[in-house]
Unconditional design. Structure first.
Length: 77
């Protein structure tokens, strides 16, 4: 694997499944392999962040919302 760092990116040689790249490019509306890989990576990170938030909420992350007064004050802002 070859890598060089410039501006937050690195150059890497990858073996990609062409069929999966084609399908992913159709899903993301991308026109290059680089764009498709970046879109897929961003999608994976965003999906995990959403899952983490849902798990946090399921674990009672917003327990204070049980208070009608606090909920009303939050909506007034």
């Amino acid at each position: 694997m070859t890598m060089s760092k410039t501006s937050g990116t690195s150059r890497t040689v990858l073996n990609l499944n062409d069929e999966l790249v084609t399908k992913a490019s159709q899903i993301f509306g991308t026109t290059t392999k680089v764009g498709t890989v970046h879109a897929a990576l961003k999608d994976a990170v965003d999906r995990q962040r959403r899952l983490n938030l849902l798990n946090w909420l399921a674990d009672g992350g917003l327990e204070w919302t049980d208070s009608d007064e606090l909920r009303e004050r939050a909506w007034r802002r």
